[in-house]
Ligand binder design. Sequence first.
Ligand code: BTN
Length: 243
Amino acid sequence: MRLETVDSTNSYTVSRDNLMLKSGVVVYADNQTKGRGRFDRKWLTVGGGNLFATLVVHPQLPGFLVSLLPVFAGVAVHKTVSDIMGLNCNNERLLLKWPNDILLYGKKLSGILCESRQIQGFMSVAVGIGLNIKGRSYALPLELRKTVSTLESVGVDVERDELLGKMLDIFDEILIEVHGGRYEKFLDYWRNVSWSIGKKVAFDMEGERMCGVIDGLDSKGRLNVLVSESSVVSVSSGEVLYL
Ligand code: BTN
């Protein structure tokens, strides 16, 4: 479903039972006036031609795999953009930052916001994806220039609809594999293109602030954080603060 202007494709979708009830629904908009990011941050619309889309998924998966949907969505976006840019998976240009940012040359290209609701006894997840396609760096507001990237700013010429079509196909394939229990390869994919591994972070655990270095992702998709020479803590959700 294409909308011209909407407050937020996630708000629009999550608030409508008829949309949340249909697995596979895709709501995308040309413009968002109140795009939202994780932790109530804003997701800005700068210029036209960018991707603002929300996909409805009805996962029939164990809880830990449901909580990994943002990671699988991140892998789908990464794979889509890599294919379009003709990158191989060992490149340093396009990386995934835990939990679900896509960085292009170290700047944010795409973000993902998953929101779920129980509806008529099952879980429906709205997977919101924002991706900056158009716009040169110099056209971005000053405060965004150092941290935000677009495909156009690195010379990649692609239209929103083509990118969205590819991404939906790839995400579909990933979801089929994950529902068949074959999810490990996507965790491996994440590990391979991770910006986060080796980074120092702070996080809260049982009311205590802890610091450590990200060491990897375990088989349940939890971050392993090395908090001392011999002690690793698993972090499964919430914010990690990069130091
Ligand atoms: C983040 O980086 O914190 C997540 C950003 C998610 C933005 C997308 S744009 C489409 C969908 N609608 C929203 O309001 N948010 C998501």
